[in-house]
Design a binder for this molecule. Sequence first.
Ligand code: TMP
Length: 207
Amino acid sequence: MIRGKFITLEGGEGVGKTTNLEFIKEHLQQHHIPVVVTREPGGTLLAEKIRRLLLDADSEPLAEQAELLLMFAARAQHIKHVIDPALAQGNWVLCDRFTDATYAYQGGGRNMKISTIEWLENFVQGSLRPDLTLLLDAPVEIGMERARKRGAFDRFEAEKQSFFERVRRAYLLQLELHPERIKLIKANQPLCDVQRAIVDNMRVLLR
Ligand code: TMP
């Protein structure tokens, strides 16, 4: 059985991840590729419970170490029970956020040490890394405006603009560090142009 490919979709708040996730799924299905669509934090029963703890805006203040460890606890469940088995069976996995989000939000947003995140990444994932990461990028104000229109804020959405500026910078640093894996998609352009860029960047995998 040929192992499937692992694709992740990343970006700050309100950059259009949900719309484009659906588009990528349909694009893969048109190529007759079996695809499992999932998300982080979440993707299993337990990991979705952890997601609720992480996003709950009314909880006691979460220590940043607890936040980081909960992200990786959810990820460990997700990899073991969903991602690894799906890839081993030849499915492709399309995941809404993965560890680049940890570098961006916990590393950039919360200023946590990158070496700690790297250690956890290796501990939890072993050699598992995405084959392709599509990074949707837009100026922070544009994304925040879109997120605001969606209504009530979760614990992350309630953060200040400066937090999201650090998140965006950290994502762009990940792009610089892994240019072969991460592809930049400019999200503040008409949807048809966003989707054309996505198709262009997926071509290498679909050959
Ligand atoms: P979502 O609502 O965009 O799916 O993501 C949930 C929130 O979790 C989002 O604000 C980003 C945050 N997040 C992290 O802070 N670190 C991570 O590792 C992941 C996967 C998500």
